[in-house]
Design a protein around this ligand. Structure first.
Ligand SMILES: *Cc1c(COP(=O)(O)O)cnc(C)c1O
Length: 425
């Protein structure tokens, strides 16, 4: 089909395109391996000379169909699934960084990603400078070094709910000749397509809205194909010079716009193996089939809840970028005019202690280490997801110790509000 399809149609029909007599629904290729007639044919697959499946760690038809759907939703050229969002962000960076390299990241990012960048990658010799995403461009500019290889940020930060000024970060990346990597987990391609605003690589924790039902942990990396690795050859030798571990292949020469994802699959997935199980990819695909219906409802409910919280005397502050007057309202209107996400954060006047009491009293909203699924859920980042961070790091990550992260589901908005009311009173 040549006509540009709507996101609604891609959600339902993108990816799996059955031919005559094939199963209508994406099958689960629950097989680690694939059979060939000749040994030579198998050899060509190992040489990346032919496309084909031989071992699920490297490629599986179920996974490929789902990756293709997400790729189309984001408007990219190639994509791969990973076992989790953590694996997606790790691969996105490791695919272009080695010991001695450096990245610049918005400080307001997911706690797990913050640990990955500042603790674990540091042990691998990769350094990260965290910057205030709201700082002026000239200020962020100072974080760049000659060995900087990427800029990273989240479209809507989890849990700080800061909306990233995508054009500002894209301009910084362009002027320093490095790719701009955006974690688009919270906005999803239904509400924002970062590639249209200059992002080069988009990552996802598909565990959140994409799955949407809290069934399967997963991740995805989408490449726009828009970064010119050859133009910055000296910075990215892994893509532009022979890979000795793959018969001297030069990824950019052989695969063009597919270079980045092919390298991540052939090298990182081969050696580190964080593949998504086909069973999980199948579940993810079911989630994706309703993403375009669920996102607007999450946003509609979240706005009602945010307005209710704002109206209460016992609530000290509310942060929701879809709420008029919010510090990131204007950026949200620019980059995601149809809605942001279903996650709200707020603090009670009683602070940290009141937060615990409030959460224990909730009946409909469940205390779970999760966000962004159909069921309303609640979490206290300072005592849960961000427990490892010091108070100073909490502030840097945009997490107030009193912060309650409230993930508004797609139940009836009145029932969610009633649950909050009874818990507060
Ligand atoms: C949850 C999350 C991750 C980590 O994803 P997992 O699937 O839990 O590994 C990364 N980034 C963001 C923005 C997230 O919300």
């Amino acid at each position: 089909m040549n006509q540009k399809q709507s996101q609604d149609t891609i959600c339902i029909q993108g990816g799996w395109e059955p031919k005559n007599g094939h199963p209508r629904v994406l099958p689960i290729y629950q097989s680690t391996t694939f059979k060939y007639e000749t040994s030579e044919q198998m050899g060509r697959l190992f040489d990346l000379e032919e496309n084909g499946y031989f071992y699920t760690r490297l490629a599986n038809p179920t996974n490929d169909a789902v990756a293709d759907k997400i790729c189309k939703l984001e408007g990219g050229t190639a994509a791969m699934l990973t076992s989790s969002g953590q694996a997606a962000n790790m691969y996105a960076v490791l695919n272009i960084c080695s010991a001695g390299d450096h990245i610049v990241s918005a400080a307001t990012i997911y706690g797990g990603t913050s640990n990955l960048f500042t603790v674990t990658l540091k042990r691998f010799g990769i350094e990260c400078t965290l910057v205030d995403p709201d700082a002026p461009r000239e200020e962020i500019e100072k974080a760049f070094r000659p060995n900087t290889k990427a800029v990273f940020g989240e479209t809507i930060a989890n849990p700080a709910l800061v909306v990233l000024d995508l054009e500002k970060f894209a301009a910084l990346a362009r002027s320093h000749g490095v790719p701009f990597i955006v974690d688009n987990t919270f906005a999803t391609p239904i509400n924002c397509r970062p590639i249209e605003w200059g992002a080069h690589i988009v990552t996802h924790s598909t565990t959140k809205y994409m799955d949407g039902h809290a069934m399967a942990v997963g991740g995805c990396i989408v490449d726009s194909g828009n970064f010119d690795w050859e133009a910055h050859k000296d910075k990215f030798p892994g893509l532009t010079t022979p890979d000795e571990s793959y018969h001297g292949i030069v990824y950019t020469e052989r695969f063009g716009k597919g270079a980045y994802i092919t390298k991540a699959t052939a090298q990182l997935m081969r050696d580190m193996g964080s593949i998504q199980s086909p069973q999980n990819a199948f579940l993810l695909n079911i989630g994706l089939e309703t993403l375009h219906l669920r996102m607007p409802r999450h946003c509609e409910n979240a706005l009602k809840v945010a307005e209710y919280l704002k109206s209460r005397e016992d609530v000290a502050w509310v942060k929701y970028p879809g709420l008029k007057g919010d510090a990131h309202y204007e950026l949200a209107r620019k980059y995601m005019p149809h809605g942001t996400c279903g996650v709200i954060s707020f603090g009670l006047k009683g602070g940290r202690e009141a937060a615990a009491v409030f959460m224990d009293r909730l009946k409909l909203a469940a205390i779970v280490t999760h966000v962004a699924d159909a069921r309303t859920s609640v979490l206290h980042p300072a005592s849960h997801t961000h427990r490892q961070l010091s108070d100073e790091q909490l502030v840097e990550a945009g997490v107030d110790p009193s912060m309650i992260r409230f993930s508004v589901g797609i139940e009836g908005a009145d029932d969610i509000i009633e649950d909050i009311r009874q818990a507060l009173e």
